[in-house]
Every structure is written in C-alpha cells, then in structure tokens.
Design a protein around this ligand. Sequence first.
Ligand code: 16G
Ligand code: MG
Length: 559
Amino acid sequence: MSSSAAAAPPVDHTQLFDRIAAAAKNYPKPDVTFGYGTAGFRTLGKRLPSVIFSVGLLAVLRSQRFNGKAIGVMVTASHNPEADNGVKLVDPAGEMLEQSWEAYATTLANCASPAELVAAYKQLAEQLHINIGAPASVVYAADTRPSSPELIKALEAALAAFGDHVKTNNIGVTTTPILHYVVKATNDTSGEYGEPTIEGYQKKTAAAFKALIGNRGPLKPLPVDCANGVGALSLADFSKHIGDLLPFRPLNTELNKEGVLNYQCGADYVKTKQQLPPSVAESGLLNHPDNRGASFDGDADRLIYYYLKGGKSFRLLDGDKIAVLAALFIGDLVTRAKLTDKIQVGVVQTAYANGSSTKFIKSRNIPVTCTATGVKHLHHAALNYDIGVYFEANGHGTVLFSDDTIATLKKTEPESPDQDRAIKHLLALSQLINQAVGDALSDLLLVEVVLAHRGWSAEEWDAGYEDLPNRLVKVEVPDRHIFHTTDAERKLTSPAGLQARIDEAVLKVEQGRSFVRPSGTEDCVRVYAEAATSSAVDTLAAAVTDLVKTAAAEAAPHP
Ligand code: 16G
Ligand code: MG
C-alpha cells in the first residue's frame, strides 16, 4: 500500500506455505464440486471439512485486505436438514461477503490437493496485492448442528497455520445475526455500536427494548418456536435481561436430541406449509384469538408470526406483513418528529412479496424497491434510503438507519414533548434493530414494540391488507442453468420465447402475476404465481409449471 512496501525486500513465506499444506493434508477434498452461493457453501456437513479449511485461508486474506479488520466466519446451514451444514463469510461492517470474492471462495474450495490449494492461495494473494504476512483477525461461531464442532476444528487448523499474526475470536455456539453483530462491533472504532460480545448484544438490545416499551409492559406471553436450533439459546439468554417485560413461552428448544433441528417446525416450515408446526398446535398456546406466536429458523435470522383467527383458522404474518408494520410505524414516527423533509423511509422487497403488500405500501406513499432474491441484494438497496426497511416474504430482513439519519435525529431540537418522544423512539429503534443483518430476535422485539405502541392484537395488525392467493412450485429440470432472468428476476431472458408464453398465461387470470427463476440454493427452478382467487392461482401455477417443463425438455440434449 505505501511506497515503502514496494521497496521492502521480498519476504520468504515458504514456511507458512509448508504449514498450510501440512495442515490441509488432514482435510482431503471429497469428489464434489463446491460453489459459494446465495448463502455461502451449503451441503452435507460431512463433505465440508476441506471447504471450511479453505474458507479459513480466505478469511485471513480478506482481513488483510482491510488492514487487519475482523472478518466473520459462520458455520451454519440455517433451515436445512440437520445433516447439512454450511459456512459463510462476514465482511467488516457485519455485511455479507462482497460478491466479487465469492468466486475466490469457490476457487479455493475446489482445489483437489494441498499443493493446489497453496498454489491457488498464493496466486490469489498476488493478484489482489495482499501481503500474506500482515496481521489479520477472524471472529467465528457455529450453530448447534452435530457436524459443527468438527468443522470448527478444520477452520482452526487453517487459522493456526498462520501463527500469532492472526488473531482469532471463537464466540462459540450462537446465532448468525449475533456473529454479524460481533463482527460489526469489533470493527467499530467509535465504540458506539456496542460491546463486541454475545453479552454486549443482549445488553444493548434489552436496553433499547426497555426504553421503547416504557410503561406499556408487561406484554402478553409470547410462544416462540425455536426450530430446535440455536435461537433457543439466545432467546433464553435474552430473557434474563428483560425479566417479565415480555414473558416468552419457548417451544422446540431441544438442542441435544438427534434429528429434531428444523424438523416439522421453524419459520421455513410455517411459511412453506402455511400451517402451524404440530408442536405449536398441540401446545394449545394459540387457541385464544388474541394470542400470537412466532417461529425462528435454525440459525435465527428468519422470523414468521401467526395467529388463529377466531381461535381457529391459521393466519400467516410473514416478512411482507412485518415490513408493512415496521414501515408504517417508522413513517409515523418520522412525521411526528417533523423530519419528513430530511428522512425518507423506503421499503425493499423481492418479487416474492405478495402483490397486495406492495400495493398497500405504495398507497401510503412509501416508495418500494424490488431486488433479486438474497439478503445481500435487499441490504444493498436498503442503504439507498435514509431508513430502509427490507424484508423477504420468507422472514429475512431488518431496518437500516443511515449515519446521516442518526446524526439528524441527534441534532434536532424538539419543540414539543411529542416530537421529543418520536425522536427518542426512532433512536431507540436504531439500537434495537440489528444494523448488520436480519435478526429474528431483534425483529421479533420490533414487532412487539409496534404492537404495544399501537395497542394492536395480531388480528388488528393483519387487518391492513389481504394477501392475494399464491403458490410456489419447485420444478426439477435437466439443467437449471439455462434459465436466465432480468428485471429483479421478474422476467426470463432465456429459454427464448418462454417469457412471452408465461405473459399470455398471466393475462388469462384476474390479478395474475407469475415469474420463474433458477434457485440459488437447490438444483431446481422455482415458479411463483398469484391471482385473485385460489382456483385461478392453481390454474396459473399449473400452466406456468407446464410451460417451464416443456421449455426445459426442449432445451435438453437428446440422448
Ligand atoms: C438463501 C438466502 C435467502 C433467499 C434464499 C432463496 C441469504 C442469507 N439467504 O437462503 O435470502 O431467500 O436463499 O433460495 O441470503 P432459492 O434461491 O433457493 O430460492
Ligand atoms: Mg437462516
């Protein structure tokens, strides 16, 4: 970086390369091709040790690239079955790894031998002009999966090869959003973001929650389905900090029983099946119409709410409903703070957002941006707003406050007690809501704060708009890579002619909308459809599925 670096004598890193190669021998690569996808690497846990080892090397390089700032490594496979595992890297500001580095992760993960790995690593460092002898810092954590301890050992073996100049911080078993928080807090030089520990996260979140609830508590008990995952731990820890202010009724908290993680429970189960997990139904905790319940996914970065209307019929309160609840509440606070000319609140969604939610948000004069699927895309777009509310329908999301917004809030002199309260509430929300990444626990607290302030039950929250009936179909095709999209994945550019046929099918049904995209996490193509009625959406989903299958078969090579 400095001119003296260029003039320095070449450093001999042979010993380091030898140590890396020797350690890598213990983690032979299986005969699998790996790819760093939407959520990092994800596959059967037993296939991953070599991948995790290579991720350790990349984390060090990434940290050196930022002059030794901490990089995060999270070992988790989120809502996937228990036998799966995964790993992703977290950038210094607590964000997902910058996209251009995903290809480097893939290159290192696919090296077939220790010698190849060292050569690829060396080449990468040269190409990026990174001094591999420079200091680095890596913070890491894992979820509760049985394969996680073994994978953490592989990561530590890679980091240990560097000796003392790589600082490591194993924060243990925790949620993905807490790891993101700790990375952001570690690198925050202002010291304002919070202590860089799990405890620091709990304290900061609890203080903001208490300030926002004020004398509105104690709130009604809340059943929380923890998917038998790591969210159960953070919920129990958090509970100690707030006492009875919000009494949780934790469900699915088995962390040591085999085969139960994400099994018939969790946010993904509820969203895809559109029904209560059997365990939640059996608990009877939702039988009262005023009650609401929530589900986390396996690493607690997704949140879904629900209730039984009239104590009987299941109603889903998904990421779209959370986004609407949050955006309108925050918008009202900005109005009361008399800052509408300085602070613009916007919502970011994907094409999976129910059309009714988008229409509803726009009808309230709140701008909406649509991005491609995947947290990083939404997060990036949300940064364009002063306060950006982003949620995927599946429950991933958060609310980002820009630095300028925080500065504006801090320097505004209130002229009335109401304006003063609104400003304080906005500042407290910026402390409550995880600014690094979507966080099921902090999002849950956000929902509870809004409901408490509005004095609403789940049913009143739900009353804003009615979801259009929708279907999500998974279509297995010979080659999903022939499907290419544009316009935030709302239109196909190939196979040729398919989009025009989908458009024709859409026109045949009232309020129809449908799009097709290749999955970033599974070997399939996903069809989404919505329409005015349940039967119309069935017709549309079936028609588009047929079109996709036909186009995929026509494109496949004939034997
Ligand atoms: C990953 C993404 C999630 C997205 C999903 C789509 C992150 C942390 N996770 O789980 O946001 O909704 O992929 O899966 O970005 P798909 O490409 O298989 O439809
Ligand atoms: Mg997750």
